[in-house]
Design a protein around this ligand. Structure first.
Ligand code: ZN
Length: 179
């Protein structure tokens, strides 16, 4: 089911989300939350990731569409959705190096800016069955890990971004992914 994406000003975006409790893993309730998050993200063509508070759910969950991640100049042929689910995530490791990167947010529609993010990040999280795993990433995925984890702590990118600008119309050749 496609859910409305909460927008800046909605109190749920400013709450610290609670960990998913052990008894919820492997349940239909958790599976439905995750399915709804992917359904909602699917229709946002520039959306690469989504955190649960963005659909009004204050649990520590985010989902990722790996197939929509592009580095500048890289063209990705349309492929079947390649997805990741991160529950109760935390950073196991981040790089010393940080870079300025362009950023947008599905909950702050039409506003883009520049943030400073770690170049590489490794996240430890649970899957839908509660099994712990770690995943390391660089580039856009590392950026998404940091953007989504911020959502779970009530932080929006506009809180710390510079050079904010408004862009109503999407420019297909020159767009910034949103998450
Ligand atoms: Zn966001």
């Amino acid at each position: 089911m496609i859910l409305p994406i909460t927008q800046d000003g909605d109190p749920v975006l400013r709450k610290t989300s609670v960990p998913v409790p052990e008894e919820l893993f492997g349940t239909k309730e958790l599976a439905t939350i995750i399915t709804n998050m992917f359904d909602t993200l699917d229709k946002e063509k520039d959306g690469v990731a989504l955190a649960a508070p963005q659909v009004g759910i204050s649990y520590r969950i985010f989902v990722v569409r790996y197939d929509r991640m592009r580095e500048p100049g890289e063209t990705v042929e349309s492929v079947a959705p390649d997805t990741g689910v991160f529950i109760n995530p935390s950073f196991a490791k981040v790089s010393r190096r940080q870079s300025e990167v362009p950023e947008g947010c599905l909950s702050v529609r039409g506003i883009y800016g520049t943030t400073v993010r770690y170049d590489r990040a490794t996240v430890r999280a649970q899957d839908e069955q509660g099994v712990w795993f770690t995943r390391g990433a660089g580039g856009l995925l590392a950026q998404a890990f940091q953007h989504e984890t911020d959502h779970l702590d009530g932080i929006l990118f506009i809180d710390h971004a510079s050079e904010l600008y408004e862009q109503k119309e999407r420019q297909p050749d020159h767009d910034t992914e949103a998450a």
